[in-house]
Design a protein around this ligand. Structure first.
Ligand SMILES: [Zn+2]
Length: 126
């Protein structure tokens, strides 16, 4: 993982900016890919889930003929990638590199805050 307390975004030597941009595109208008995916990962909070086992999925309508975009069931941010996208979503370095590239070091993943903590806080607020 990246060293603590640096403001520069984490840059992975394994994933080029162009590749990360392509991955970002895969978080948008991707309903058919999500539905074909065995599992998905949120690149903001790190939540991993199986789309076909979720009771309710929240979709954002895009301008036709684009497909809908999925929101993360945990944090509601629209940066979910499915396993059917062919991106290495189970690789922690890939997840971190994407999160850093897209959110400029401002995300739950960059902060090293586990998703369990997020849901715990949510339960308290309820
Ligand atoms: Zn999330």
């Amino acid at each position: 993982m990246k060293p603590k307390k640096t403001n520069a975004p984490y840059v992975s030597s394994r994933f080029s900016p162009a590749y990360l941009k392509k991955a970002h595109d895969a978080t948008f208008a991707h309903e058919s890919v999500i539905r074909a995916s065995e599992h998905c990962v949120c690149f903001y909070c790190g939540h991993s889930f199986k789309p076909n086992e979720e009771a309710k999925l929240s979709w954002i309508a895009e301008r036709p003929p684009r497909e809908r975009t999925l929101r993360c069931p945990m944090c509601a941010i629209d940066c979910v990638i499915g396993s059917a996208s062919s991106f290495p979503i189970d690789d922690p370095e890939f997840v971190l590199a994407c999160s850093e590239a897209w959110f400029g070091g401002i995300s739950r993943i960059s902060d090293g805050k586990p998703v369990e903590k997020l849901s715990y806080v949510h339960l308290i607020l309820d």
